[in-house]
Design a protein around this ligand. Structure first.
Ligand code: NI
Length: 139
């Protein structure tokens, strides 16, 4: 186990009770584990807002492969941005629906812009960007 630091925190009892109820519902084994996840989410958010350093995002898409020449256009787009697009996973969901997950890395601005362009492509029925970053490099 990694070295840990103990610290004390003061907060309103109602806030702590609500937090404890929520983390119990979510299945956390300890309050320390839950607070660690909250802090990492805060640090990832700061990376995205700060615009410094590299972040990574997954763009999840659902599209009809027969509509608007979407498959060819998405592939062309990914080739044009090959330095930022790390990989793609494709699942044939139904006869008329493909699920694709595109992993994009780079500055927050670049990842956000590429995700918007992918999601807004004609033929894409649904798309969502999930923002994250390498949290192990956080101090
Ligand atoms: Ni497919």
């Amino acid at each position: 186990m990694a070295k840990v630091t103990r610290f004390s925190v003061s907060m309103e009892p109602g806030l702590l009770a609500a937090f404890d109820e929520q983390i119990a519902r979510a299945g956390y084994d300890t309050r320390s584990h839950a607070i660690g996840d909250v802090l990492r989410a805060y640090l990832v958010g700061a990376e995205w807002q700060g615009g410094e350093g590299e972040v990574v995002g997954t763009v999840t898409l659902v599209y009809d492969p027969h509509a608007h020449d979407v498959e060819r256009r998405l592939t062309d787009f990914q080739h044009q941005h090959h330095e930022a697009i790390a990989c793609t996973t494709h699942v044939h969901l139904t006869e008329h629906d493909c699920l694709e997950v595109v992993v994009v890395r780079g500055s927050a601005r670049l990842v956000s812009t590429l995700a918007e362009q992918i999601i807004s492509s004609p033929g894409v029925k649904h798309g969502k960007l999930v923002c994250t970053a390498a949290v192990s490099r956080q101090p």
